[in-house]
Design a protein around this ligand. Structure first.
Ligand SMILES: Cc1cc2nc3c(=O)[nH]c(=O)nc-3n(C[C@H](O)[C@H](O)[C@H](O)COP(=O)(O)OP(=O)(O)OC[C@H]3O[C@@H](n4cnc5c(N)ncnc54)[C@H](O)[C@@H]3O)c2cc1C
Length: 327
């Protein structure tokens, strides 16, 4: 870490407990940094790339609405993207939007609505546009992020340079993307900017679609944020594709899921998502996840897919590693 020269201070032993909604206790990040969209951004990215392929790993986060951090914290550099100075530029000729990755999805939806372009399927998705693209976010089976993406401008930490990718048909999949897969072991790509395109249908029509979606989501989003739940530990769209039902319906119809491992449970409200209490440990969560997997196998003969990123001391880990380590 001594060899890198970032434009602002790197904080040591930073407690990560406030970095997620649905997990009350988390360990420390060995190093913490706020990445800003200012004149130093390019220099900072070049400096961070020096950590690629070294013993200090790093991970980049947006609004933290889709991450789970363990009690052991993270023995690397936790990079937070600051949402300030985000930009949406409209290229009138091409009818495309050039959007900085730190833009909030809510801002994208509102700004484009005013110009009459239809991004209404992204209504109510929390977090940043860059993260939405990485996770190919969407609501239920409606048009996902990938359907709007024309080009992604990435910083490649391995090659230490900016590159552009025009996604092909394999780039996006259900709540997943080429970037998310490539960044699993080591963070290779930073999403810097995205070129998005959508249909012009006029402000009134977009507003109608926006209101329809927000009215369906309003109550559950409100509960979600006040309770502090995970939007999706389990990939809802995958469940719908495999068994024709989403998590809410499945949990409501099967009282066996009303189980509580010292606070690790599914909410009684809203979309019935995953929540925890102040005393819930990773072991309790591992018990709930293990129980859920076994129940799904027993009831539907499938294994549910995890959606959130699990961050442990050595970086991102998969669901079975988490269960093995903490059960
Ligand atoms: C109440 C609630 C409702 C939700 N509803 C939905 C929904 O309708 N649809 C849906 O799809 N999701 C939903 N989510 C999940 C989550 O909000 C989305 O996945 C969102 O896109 C995450 O954005 P974020 O900025 O919080 O990302 P984070 O949680 O900070 O990060 C998510 C991932 O993106 C990566 N990442 C972030 N920025 C960059 C970057 N610039 N470059 C490279 N990698 C990056 C991170 O490393 C991580 O892998 C919901 C969550 C909650 C709590």
């Amino acid at each position: 870490m001594e060899n890198i020269n970032l434009s602002r201070e790197i904080i040591k032993n930073y407690n990560l407990s406030k970095k997620h909604l649905f997990k009350k206790v988390a360990g420390n990040a060995k190093f913490y940094y706020q990445l800003q969209y200012d004149n130093n951004l390019n220099n900072d990215l070049i400096e961070i790339s020096k950590l690629y392929n070294t013993n200090t790993s790093f991970k980049i986060f947006g609004s933290h609405t889709n991450i789970y951090i363990t009690e052991n914290g993270y023995n690397g550099l936790f990079i937070d993207i600051n949402p300030q100075k985000s930009k949406i530029i409209f290229n009138k000729e091409k009818e495309e939007f050039i959007v900085s990755a730190n833009t909030l999805t809510s801002k994208l939806v509102n700004n484009t609505m005013n110009l009459g372009y239809d991004f209404a399927s992204l209504t109510g998705i929390p977090g940043m546009v860059g993260s939405g693209v990485v996770g190919n976010a969407s609501w239920s089976s409606k048009k996902d992020y990938g359907k709007y993406v024309k080009k992604v401008i990435l910083f490649d930490f391995k090659e230490c340079k900016e590159i552009e990718i025009i996604p092909n048909e394999y780039f996006f999949s259900i709540r997943n993307s080429f970037i998310k897969k490539e960044n699993f072991k080591e963070t290779r790509y930073f999403v810097k900017e995205i070129i998005l395109k959508s249909e012009y249908i006029g402000k009134e029509k977009v507003k109608e679609k926006y209101l329809e979606q927000i009215n369906k989501r309003r109550e559950s989003l409100k509960i979600g944020f006040s309770e502090g739940c995970a939007g999706s530990i389990w990939c809802n769209l995958d469940l719908r594709n495999k068994i024709g039902k989403g998590l809410k319906e499945i949990i409501t119809n099967n009282p066996e899921f009303n189980i509580n491992f010292n606070g690790a449970r599914y909410s009684n409200n809203g979309s019935r998502f995953f929540i925890t209490d102040n005393t819930t440990t990773d072991q309790d969560v591992a018990k709930l996840f293990n129980f859920t997997i076994e129940k799904f196998k027993e009831l539907y003969n499938i294994e549910p897919i995890k959606e959130v990123l699990i961050l442990d001391y050595d970086g991102e880990i998969d669901l079975h590693t988490f269960i093995k380590r903490y059960l």
